[in-house]
Design a protein around this ligand. Structure first.
Ligand SMILES: Cc1ncc(C[n+]2csc(CCOP(=O)(O)OP(=O)(O)O)c2C)c(N)n1
Ligand SMILES: [Mg+2]
Length: 680
């Protein structure tokens, strides 16, 4: 506990909390934009948590054993910036003065990688909470994997503040239910129960009995805490951290905008600056006579957590040195995994695997090829950690080394249950924590359920592998509810997400390798339910898969046109090329398993694969829109822009005319149109 902590006082004008209120209020006022209500209402809760419970090292935000803190109600960012500044992170007061301004370190909502000490990007309500659950899962699993008797090197808590909005969101149910089942005893959530959200008092639309709700999930609940009484908050937090078998929820009754004499308790304080008059009234009410952004030395000293942080970190370093001496291999694995590095032998092992898959030349579903890749990589990567949203036997996410953490705490897999959004945000939290490489799985069509978490992972540049099987009408009988149509294109719209749709086992193995080696973002693997034929390739072609798009079949003569295809439609393209060759029409087949990676290649590669003068016909059993970029006005796109139907896959491919004859006709039509326009 913080030895510098003065006696806890119940007074509103306690300078420790007044400093938080004033900084948050003044930052919002200066920006003329932002959310003063939640930061002011949470001042006591945050002060007690950060000064008495949070074990962190402001000088080293990357210290692996720090407690994690997540502000799930990200609109209260001014509170987090005030906390980071006051406790001694590298966030000078000048940055608080630039709150919400272009390229400041104090963006509108907390953003990972922008502000030292921000553990996750929050703003989409509820997801920070699920991230925190992921962090706590990572901590618990890593503790079981690495700690040894007398040597505890993973031992920290995860604290998360949630608001009414977070708890109204469905994802809070998914994440809380999972956290309760997993008995995440080191997870502590604090609920900012202020009875207000943007539209007004929540009683009219949110009247859950939240304590009972969380008790039903198996949480330890401390209910009815006066969130403006530091002594009550302290007692509640003491009870929360003493509970180690269940996650804890501390329900703090607060007043939004507390300290603003005429505005507190009103929903106007949620997202509107208080205005000069009210700000002056607050200064009087909280006994804060200082200029905006001025912090008196005594208050600054009382808040400064650097010395204590350095001490807890040094103590951990000492423990880690002893661990290193006793378990040198485990210690170096820990360091490697926390850094997110792959083992030295991984490149060679994955090369050998891809080569072996090519030699096997097997016809199989790409979901099955993915399972093989997972099994092979899991042998090399103990950090691989994942599971499916109750579709493990369809997504094929288990492998011989699979050990669920519910049966072995040091395991490497998890039953996520039917919780796609929660699962994906949890996986982001696991990736953010570090030390594990998460993968998640569901049907491609249900990526919509997970979508905003996929997006947040891409925004945060987190390495998460999304296994999305049953990737087209090729799934067959389950019908249009289960047949993705727009999903590939829609996922491709998310910046910094690599979307792979491999055409056979070799491309699948390569895609997995890319996903694992990628350090700056997530990867989606769209995989077939149905078997796909092996495509023969030279060594150069195998290597070229990693460029996202490459020439799979080159005709004997100069090509007159190009067919681009992905996944299950590559076989169609190859069959069409054969038919055309028989008619002396020479076409090149380009396999484009990952559009994003192909687009990122240099112009020389892109032009060598797709020479600009050749017309293009693109084939994919999904929305056509994106392919026009390659097909251009002179080409054609064969796809699917309507919903599917319920029938066996072969009947559907025939009905929607995914046939080699149609591809042949499209090529001939494109060539005819071109020669006509050349005659003019
Ligand atoms: C997923 C999502 N939906 C909507 C919003 C917009 N929004 C931001 S804050 C908020 C109300 C949140 O209420 P509460 O958590 O009680 O915050 P308070 O007003 O108490 O600060 C809404 C709807 C959002 N940020 N994220
Ligand atoms: Mg609220």
């Amino acid at each position: 506990m913080n030895v510098l902590t003065p006696q806890i006082s119940r007074r509103l004008d306690q300078p420790i909390t007044a400093a938080l209120r004033a900084l948050a209020m003044d930052a919002v006022e200066t920006a003329r934009s932002g959310h003063p209500g939640a930061p002011m209402g949470l001042a006591e809760v945050a002060a007690v948590l950060w000064r008495r419970y949070l074990r962190h090292s402001p000088a080293n935000p990357a210290w692996p054993d720090r407690d994690r803190f997540v502000l799930s109600n990200g609109h209260a960012s001014a509170l987090l910036y005030a906390l980071l500044h006051l406790t001694g992170y590298d966030l000078p007061i000048a940055e608080l003065k630039r709150f919400r301004q272009f390229r400041s370190k104090t963006p509108g909502h907390p953003e990972l990688g922008v502000t030292p000490g921000v553990e996750t990007t929050t703003g989409p309500l509820g997801q920070g909470f699920a991230n925190a659950v992921g962090m706590a899962i990572a901590e618990k699993t890593l503790a079981a994997q690495f700690n040894r008797p007398g040597h505890t090197i993973v031992d920290h808590r995860t604290f998360v503040i949630v608001g009414d909005g977070c708890l109204m969101e469905g994802i809070s149910h998914e994440a809380a239910s999972l956290a309760g089942r997993l008995k995440l005893g080191k997870l502590v959530a604090l609920y900012d129960d202020n009875g207000i959200s943007i539209d007004g008092p929540v009683a009219e639309w949110f009247a859950d009995d939240t304590p009972k709700r969380f008790e039903a999930y198996g949480w330890h609940v401390v209910a009815g805490v006066d969130g403006h009484d530091p002594i009550a908050i302290d007692a509640a937090l003491a009870a929360a951290v003493a509970e180690t078998m269940r996650p804890s929820l501390v329900c703090c009754k607060t007043v939004i905008g507390r300290g603003a004499p005429t505005k507190q308790g009103h929903h106007d304080t949620h997202g509107t600056p208080l205005g000069a008059e009210e700000v002056a009234r607050v200064r009087a009410a909280i006994n804060w006579p200082y200029a905006p952004f001025e912090i008196p030395d005594t208050v600054a000293e009382a808040w400064d957590g650097r010395r204590q942080g350095a001490a807890v970190e040094a103590e951990w370093n000492y423990r880690f040195e002893r661990y290193q001496a006793a378990y040198p291999e485990l210690a170096s694995a820990f360091v490697r995994r926390v850094r997110g590095e792959l083992p030295a032998g991984f490149a060679a092992a994955s090369d050998a695997f891809v080569t072996a898959v090519a030699a096997a030349a097997a016809t199989m579903a790409t979901r099955a090829a993915s399972q093989n890749a997972l099994a092979a990589f899991a042998r090399e990567l103990p950090e691989l950690f994942g599971g499916s949203a109750d579709l493990a036997h369809s997504n094929l996410t288990t492998h011989p080394l699979t050990r669920p953490i519910t049966r072995d705490p040091a395991g490497n897999s998890i039953f996520y249950g039917v919780r796609e959004f929660g699962m994906t945000a949890v996986a982001n939290g696991i990736a953010l924590h570090g030390g594990l490489l998460p993968y998640v799985a569901t049907f491609l069509v249900f990526s919509d359920y997970a979508r905003n978490a996929i997006r947040m992972g891409a925004l945060m540049r987190q390495r998460v592998v999304h296994i999305l099987t049953h990737d087209s009408i090729g799934l067959g009988e389950d019908g249009p509810t289960h047949q993705p149509v727009e999903h590939l294109e829609s996922l491709r719209l998310i910046p910094n997400l690599d979307v792979w749709r491999p055409c056979d086992a070799v491309e699948t193995a390569s895609a997995w390798r890319n996903a694992v080696e990628r350090t700056n973002g997530p990867t989606a693997l769209a995989l077939s339910r149905q078997a796909l034929p092996h495509q023969p390739r030279t060594r150069e072609q195998i290597d070229a898969i990693r460029r996202g798009g490459y020439v799979l079949v080159e005709p004997a003569m100069q090509p007159a046109a190009i067919i681009i295809a992905t996944g299950s439609e590559v076989q169609l393209a190859c069959a069409a090329a054969l038919l055309l060759a028989a008619a002396s029409v020479h076409v090149r087949v380009v396999s484009m398993p990952c559009v994003e990676i192909f687009d990122a290649q240099d112009a020389a590669w892109r032009h060598s694969v797709l020479p600009p003068h050749l017309p293009v016909v693109a084939v994919e059993a999904g929305a056509t829109r994106g392919w026009w970029r390659y097909a251009d006005r002179s080409g054609a796109v064969i796809g699917l822009d309507s919903f599917g139907e319920s029938a066996p896959a072969p009947a559907l491919f025939a009905h929607f005319d995914f046939t080699r004859e149609r591809v042949v006709a499209a090529v001939l039509q494109v060539l005819a149109a071109r020669s006509e326009s050349e005659t003019f």
